[in-house]
Design a protein around this ligand. Structure first.
Ligand SMILES: [Cu+2]
Length: 274
């Protein structure tokens, strides 16, 4: 019995070491362009690392037990009865308990990281979705609007996401950000970009819509630039002065945390019969 146990243990160890090494090389598709994305990335790997010993244990048992204890020739009798083993039950319950508590703790901290700004006052950017366009408003720069999302790197940012027509979903894949844009609701997404980036022709670092929102949903994309603090300040200040000078700011609705301008209805059709 002891001999069998040692052999199963050996198979389990070899399988576990091989698979743990392979998983470390596995390309997990969650991007690491933001601290929040990095947290998710690490969680996916961590779940793999924790799950593999269980996976390989079942396979080691099957690989060893099926050939070793198979019924030979005309043997059709019952095997010896299996009895309870208190140490085994305690071990099993103990490992499960520790694993579940660890995962719950990890999940709580990671979720907190994603749903809260990480220290300091975050820079607010209002994101407005509409068929089929994204608009970004910078409240700290007089509510100036841009059709390109420009972000400072290494800065706590809060996106206040809303929509003025149907349900859209803000999706910045490279930053691992996805937040529904719902009319009448402001959803918040937090991020801290880890490196500078800009949209390229291969579709990297773009902002997209991830909620089927009508005919041109697939084209509802906008460019993004992640730049240094100084470059961001220069850009935002220039944007503000430009929109102030050309009268755009005056004609935009006054900046408000909620962006629901009164709807503009087309004039009622003329009655043709009179
Ligand atoms: Cu959309």
């Amino acid at each position: 019995m002891r001999r069998h146990g040692l052999r199963i243990l050996a198979i389990w160890l070899v399988l576990t070491i091989i698979l743990e090494f392979l998983v470390a090389k596995l390309p997990v598709p969650s991007p690491t362009g933001s601290d929040e994305g990095l947290g998710e990335h690490q969680t996916v790997y961590m779940l793999f690392y924790v799950a593999i010993p269980f996976f390989t244990f079942i396979w080691a048992m099957l690989l060893y037990i099926l050939p070793t204890f198979r019924a030979r020739d005309a043997d059709s009798g019952d095997g010896p009865p299996v009895t309870d083993s208190t140490p085994l039950l305690l071990l099993w319950a103990g490992i499960s308990f520790v694993t579940v508590i660890f995962l719950a703790g990890w999940g709580t901290f990671t979720l907190h990281e994603i749903t809260q700004p990480d220290g300091g006052k975050p820079l607010h950017i209002q994101v407005i979705g509409q068929q089929w366009y994204w608009t970004y408003r910078y409240p700290t720069y007089g509510g100036a609007e841009s059709s390109v999302l420009v972000l400072p790197v290494h800065r706590s940012i809060e996106l206040d996401v809303t929509s003025i027509d149907v349900v859209h979903s803000l999706w910045i894949y490279s930053l691992d950000i996805k937040e529904d844009a719902v009319p009448g609701v402001v959803n918040h997404a937090f991020l801290n970009a880890t490196h500078t980036a800009r949209s390229n022709q291969y579709g990297q670092n773009w902002v997209a819509c991830n909620e089927l929102c009508g005919l041109y949903h697939g084209y509802m994309r906008s460019r993004m630039r992640i730049v240094s603090h100084a470059a961001f300040k220069r850009w935002a200040t220039a944007l503000y002065h430009r929109e102030k000078a050309n009268g755009l700011l005056k004609n935009l609705p006054k900046y408000h945390g909620e962006y629901f301008p009164p709807p503009v209805y087309p004039p009622a059709p003329q009655d043709q019969s009179t």
